[in-house]
Design a binder for this molecule. Sequence first.
Ligand SMILES: NC(=O)c1ccc[n+]([C@@H]2O[C@H](COP(=O)([O-])OP(=O)(O)OC[C@H]3O[C@@H](n4cnc5c(N)ncnc54)[C@H](O)[C@@H]3O)[C@@H](O)[C@H]2O)c1
Length: 306
Amino acid sequence: MRILVTGGAGFIASHIVDRLIAEQHEVCIVDNLSTGKQENINPAAIFYNLDIRSEHVLEVFEDFNPQIVIHHAAQISVAHSVSDPSLDASININGTINILDCCYKTGVRKIIYASSAAVYGYPEELPVEESAKLSPLSPYGLSKLTPEFYIQLYSNLHGLKYTILRYSNAYGERQDPRGEGGVISIFLDNLLTQKEIQIHGDGTQTRDFIYVKDIVNANIAALTKGENCIVNISTQTEISVKELFEMMCKILEIDASPKYMDERVGDIKYSSLSNRQARSILGWTSQFTLYQGLKETINYYQNICV
Ligand SMILES: NC(=O)c1ccc[n+]([C@@H]2O[C@H](COP(=O)([O-])OP(=O)(O)OC[C@H]3O[C@@H](n4cnc5c(N)ncnc54)[C@H](O)[C@@H]3O)[C@@H](O)[C@H]2O)c1
């Protein structure tokens, strides 16, 4: 298939591109390299260094004529979304509308959209089902949620098919610890460079960490399944930040202690997404335990650090 991937120079979508190319798909990437990296770009993909809000994106769609679009380009920093909500909305909302317009104008069959657990806000029940209340706590959460409605509207108006994947906390190779890196990439970077590890609160807060290769599998499943569905992609397993830290130290064979800081205002205490729908609709299951995913990720970082 001809598949256009936005954000394909970034952490998650570069892994998706690699897999699509390994499976003999023709791939075109649109990415402005704002957080993405040239070295993540698979050389077998056609690459356009372009902002998803640009009017030139339509020319790319006309040239490449994709059948499927996998949309991952986004402003992903919660902190930046709070300090500059207009820019966040411009990229995540207006950028997605531009991509949807291009899909409609060039007859794209389906869009797969990377959404986030951030659309839910404080969970009322765990694990959070897709039908739970949508009440984002940050401009980022809202700018990831709003495109979901645009996508459904384009589907109703123009027949564009979609699968919306709401990821829990992602981790894995190529995640940048400097930007809005997830806690795992930040811990790992600090542990490998012998910097202090800071944990906000008492470390009993829990998260549901999903390995990037599991996310890739979900996107591959969504190429042919999950038509017009919204699906969480998660392990449905809670682990505390303290336990995570201990597991990472064990794999690294490091004896370290974290520094406990004040709790951050607004932080969610317990988080886990139900993956029941992903299993039944996409036939997808998480293949990697946190321990396995961490081992692969740690191996990767140890190899690039030597
Ligand atoms: N990392 C997570 O834990 C997580 C969780 C839930 C959802 N997501 C979603 O997954 C997607 C990918 O996230 P990631 O962690 O790989 O982030 P990332 O920053 O590594 O990737 C985003 C990519 O989009 C590109 N980009 C940003 N703004 C752009 C613009 N205006 N025009 C063109 N390209 C632009 C960046 O250069 C980068 O390559 C995002 O949509 C994010 O909201 C991520």
